[in-house]
Design a protein around this ligand. Structure first.
Ligand code: ADP
Length: 204
């Protein structure tokens, strides 16, 4: 399967771009969904988390108490690392399985952590959704009703814009209107169909 890694900072437009690819019949695997699935009620990872962080990390109904967990790892890099070393391999495996069952001419892996984790090893090409930071913050604040500080603190743990752009094979400038985004996705879609077909003929 020819896989495009779709990434960008919070509020850059990954989900919006992912939707546009879906509308063109492309299977989009969402790493945020993987991150939720691997800690669903009854999973070994959730038991592990409860053993490590205590019973407060579970809600009354046995699901993960995300707010509590966030508060435990927010300012504690050791605990964050513990959690990441538990979850990242599980997310990686979940994504890998989902990509294996994709059936469109190519697949998209939509993930905020493509470049921060080894998820990029699952991809053939990297597409970065980009926009100036001020616009990124404004859109993220608008969407989540979060304050600027919360968005900035999330941005601070993500790779910098400059570094992200330096790893991109393709850059989608999402500072324009949605009509422009649609045209840009169409262009990329045709390019990826061609690249996937070339890859397939090489593999034969
Ligand atoms: P991400 O998944 O990268 O966090 P989203 O796709 O959710 O970002 O986009 C963030 C917000 O910006 C959403 O409310 C979305 O509707 C809006 N948005 C995305 N692209 C555009 C655009 N080109 N013009 C205006 N608003 C946009």
């Amino acid at each position: 399967m020819y896989v495009i890694g779709l990434t960008g900072g919070i509020g850059s437009g990954k989900s919006t771009v992912g939707e546009h690819f879906k509308q063109r019949g492309i299977d989009v695997i969402d790493a945020d969904i993987a991150a939720r699935r691997v800690v669903e009620k009854g999973t070994p990872a959730l038991t592990n988390i409860a053993n490590h962080f205590g019973i407060e990390s579970l809600n009354g109904d046995g699901t993960l108490n995300r707010a509590y967990l966030r508060s435990r790892v927010f300012d504690n890099s050791e605990e964050r690392q513990w959690l990441e070393s538990l979850l990242h391999p599980l997310i990686h495996q979940w994504v890998k399985r989902a990509l294996c069952s994709a059936s469109s001419p190519y697949a998209i892996l939509e993930t905020p952590l493509l470049l921060e984790t080894d998820q990029h090893n699952l991809t053939n090409r990297i597409l970065v959704v980009d926009l100036p930071e001020e616009l990124q913050i404004a859109r993220a604040v608008d969407r989540d009703n979060n304050n600027i500080e919360q968005i900035r603190s999330i941005m601070n743990v993500q790779i910098s814009r400059k570094e992200r752009l330096s790893k991109a094979d393709d850059i989608l400038d999402n500072s324009g209107p949605l009509s422009y985004l649609s045209i840009a996705v169409s262009d990329l879609h045709h390019k990826y169909l061609k690249l996937a077909a070339e890859q397939e003929s090489k593999d034969l």
